[in-house]
Design a protein around this ligand. Structure first.
Ligand code: ZN
Length: 97
């Protein structure tokens, strides 16, 4: 059994082993594709120390970049936290499978 959070419904779901569609071993992580019992779609979950470290590094780099760019804009001070969160999210999305 796996415990996943469905990215569509945002609910925690217990997933039976028979719903695992593939497991791929990558140099930085393991990618597990599962058939979601909540929304019926297929989601890929990645895990691994190197994957987490790389993501954390990219997120902090994106946050730093957003923070250093923010003072250049007049109204950026109020929106800076949102900007860095969006940049961190964007950095995560660009990761290869
Ligand atoms: Zn789902």
């Amino acid at each position: 059994m796996l415990l996943i959070t469905c990215p569509v419904t945002r609910t925690d779901e217990l997933v039976a082993d028979r719903r695992i569609r593939s497991v791929a071993n990558h140099p930085t992580h393991i990618a597990v594709a599962v058939e979601c019992p909540s929304c019926g779609g297929s989601h890929v979950f990645r895990t691994g120390r190197r994957w987490e470290e790389h993501r954390a590094e990219l997120a902090s780099r994106a946050a730093t970049q957003a923070a250093t760019q923010a003072p250049a804009q007049e109204t950026a001070q109020d929106t800076a936290p949102d900007t860095s969160a969006a940049a961190a999210r964007a950095a995560r999305v660009r990761q290869p499978a």
